[in-house]
Ligand binder design. Structure first.
Ligand code: CA
Length: 225
């Protein structure tokens, strides 16, 4: 398994390289955003570890640009910034997971394993999930309803995937916030409702059969009934 590290701190790169090497991964490193983007799109990697504060191009932009070319490669963002807003920026840019510095190497390793398992599980599971005429392609990370292709942002996709994996089960707002955004659902954030509405506009509004249901006081569910 080949991992690309995009990080400008030589000490961090050395530390990661040593540990990952020992764990049996092949590692390449880029020390600025532009170089990282170039490597990421010119050679095959199985996973990218991406810092946020980088010379030339920041991690959010690198992530966005990589996603324009390759929607499937797992991207783990690494940063000293740790507020909810930064997390949301990372996820909006298309990152799959987020780790705040300083971190334990074992924690990083666990995230890498989880991410690679998630992406290979997608490949093995016949690659798609269905609810009524809505189909989610886990490899391309895209959705289709009937003959209509639906463009989703990275976060909308993650939310839809989570709902579809729990098809027929009511999931609460706090569970969605925790699983999809990895944030604690604190008072004052209505991010889940905002994204449910965005998703509804795309997958339900123009169709007779509505798939996303609201259960007042409980949460949301996706179902064909
Ligand atoms: Ca940095």
């Amino acid at each position: 398994m080949r991992i690309l590290i995009i990080e400008d701190e030589v000490k961090v790169v050395d530390f990661l390289r040593m540990g990952l090497d020992e764990a049996g991964y092949e590692v390449e490193a880029a020390f600025d955003g532009q170089m990282g983007y170039r490597l990421a799109t010119s050679r095959p990697f199985d996973l990218i570890i991406l810092d946020v504060v980088l010379p030339i191009m920041n991690g959010f932009d690198v992530c966005r640009k990589i996603r324009e070319k390759d929607v499937a490669i797992p991207i783990l963002m690494l940063t000293a910034l740790g507020t909810t807003d930064d997390k949301l920026d990372g996820f909006d840019a298309g990152a799959d997971d987020y780790l705040v510095k300083p971190f334990e190497f074992m924690e990083l390793l666990a995230r890498i394993k989880a991410l690679s398992k998630r992406s290979s599980a997608g490949y093995m599971a016949g690659n798609s999930m269905k609810v009524a005429d809505l189909e989610l392609d886990l490899n391309k990370k895209s959705a289709q309803r009937g003959n209509t292709t639906i463009e989703l942002t990275a976060k909308e996709y993650s939310l839809l995937e989570f709902l579809m994996r729990n098809k027929g089960r009511v999931v609460s707002r706090s569970e969605i916030a925790e699983k999809v955004w990895e944030i604690t659902f604190d008072t004052g954030t209505n991010i889940v409702d905002v994204y449910i509405n965005l998703l509804r506009k795309k997958i339900d509004r123009d169709f007779e059969q509505k798939l996303i249901q609201t259960r007042i006081g409980l949460g949301y569910t996706i179902d064909s009934e």
